[in-house]
Unconditional design. Structure first.
Length: 404
């Protein structure tokens, strides 16, 4: 499918506005990184405790943050996941010994703020063994006649019912559990007596130590640099070294701008963002190689064509492919960015920015580098000829005519 037939746009002639935009974005991003002391790393790289909590109603984020700040030192991040009743709570702790204590404190604070202090068991956040221990004596006193094995199966069935849709961790009433197999009125009465239903459910807790975070940062940086280095070697071998340099410069330009925009918009760099950056590296490099491959083919066919015109022609010939590939990919990641939820938002943001920047860098960053280098070689060749003594120049001209 060809969208642009016989396209003849002067891309190289219009490169200056794009170069200026790239320069502005790069400087702004680097300035933001310098002022903020580097990227804003997520818990994956910085270390800390991260907890996802689901609430029965709209979560009071400010109340959560205030309650945790009074008990846990350091910065506390509490953010509602858009479109849900879930809250992402994070702490940044430098001492590895404090992480597990922070996790326990977070649970205690949530229980004290939103739960009961009556001594009853929190059914919403309990486990199977704790539920079995709490129900054993009341059911024996009621003469329900459950053996240990039956009681264990009952607790497992109750928790499975709690965690299944549409409750998804938060039950509204013990009475609705009468639908569970084996649940009798005596079981319902024991549940109401010994347990209560907290309005929040702790979905998951992640703990990353500072040493592990530092190691992950190092590995992420090395993965990105090794990817660029490997591609440089491949392209230099497959084409010429200047093609490899141009492709790597264009791709590095994309990564720098993307990280800079993360800093400007105060977004976190996490493992998912690194995955997006590596995806961006491969995508941008592939887009650049398509253009460079067409330039190489045209060099064999259009030998007498001026090099800038040949590059411009090659870009026009690959324009339909670029628009189709980049356009469809952009629509996909844009949908992910708009509707993918908070967890994938930074990942999708990196891809949205990367695809836009990566597409134009292949045309307005990588290709002009080739043109500049070719012009530099021609100027040096002309300067060498001018520098020769007049007799040698005459011999060279006559030899050139003889060859022709």
């Amino acid at each position: 499918m060809e969208i642009f037939k016989n396209a003849n746009f002067d891309f190289l002639g219009k490169k200056m506005p794009f170069l200026i935009v790239s320069l502005v974005l790069t400087v702004a991003g680097l300035a933001s990184l310098a002022m903020k002391g580097g990227p804003r790393y997520g818990i994956d790289f910085q270390g800390g405790a991260l907890m996802y909590v689901k609430f029965a109603e709209l979560p009071p984020v400010e109340r959560i943050r205030s309650a945790l700040t009074s008990r846990i030192k350091g910065e506390i991040a509490a953010q509602r996941i858009v479109g849900t009743n879930e809250v992402m709570i994070g702490t940044e702790l430098k001492d590895e010994r404090e992480l597990d204590a922070a996790r326990r404190t977070m649970i205690e604070v949530l229980t004290a703020t939103f739960g009961e202090q009556s001594g009853r068991l929190d059914f919403t956040n309990t486990g199977r063994q704790a539920l079995v221990e709490r129900l054993r004596d009341p059911l024996q006193r009621a003469g329900a006649g459950f053996s240990d094995e039956q009681l264990d199966e009952l607790a497992e069935a109750l928790l499975e019912f709690r965690d299944s849709a549409p409750r998804s961790g938060i039950a509204r009433s013990f009475d609705e559990m009468s639908a569970v197999a084996g649940v009798t009125p005596a079981v319902i009465a024991a549940l109401k007596q010994e347990c209560y239903l907290a309005p929040f459910s702790i979905r998951s807790v992640e703990i990353v130590g500072p040493k592990v975070g530092a190691e992950l940062r190092h590995q992420a940086m090395m993965a990105t640099l090794l990817a660029l280095g490997g591609m440089l070697v491949y392209i230099a071998f497959r084409f010429e070294w200047i093609y490899g340099v141009a492709a790597v410069v264009a791709t590095f330009h994309d990564v720098v701008i993307t990280i800079g925009l993360f800093s400007i918009f105060d977004r976190e760099i996490s493992l998912t963002v690194i995955a997006a950056l590596l995806t961006l590296v491969g995508y941008s490099m592939n887009d650049t190689i398509v253009v460079f491959d067409r330039i190489r083919e045209n060099l064999k066919i259009l030998r007498k064509e001026p090099y800038p015109r040949l590059v411009n022609l090659s870009i026009n010939q690959t324009l339909s492919r670029t628009v189709l590939t980049s356009g469809l990919t952009f629509l996909t990641v844009l949908a992910l960015f708009l509707f993918g939820g908070q967890v994938l938002n930074n990942f999708a943001f990196a891809l949205v920015v990367g695809i836009v920047v990566g597409t134009y860098s292949s045309i307005f960053i990588g290709s002009p580098i080739l043109v500049f280098w070719q012009g530099f070689l021609e100027r040096r060749k002309r300067a060498a000829i001018v520098a020769l003594p007049s007799g040698k120049q005459a011999v060279r001209r006559s030899s050139t005519k003889a060859v022709k």
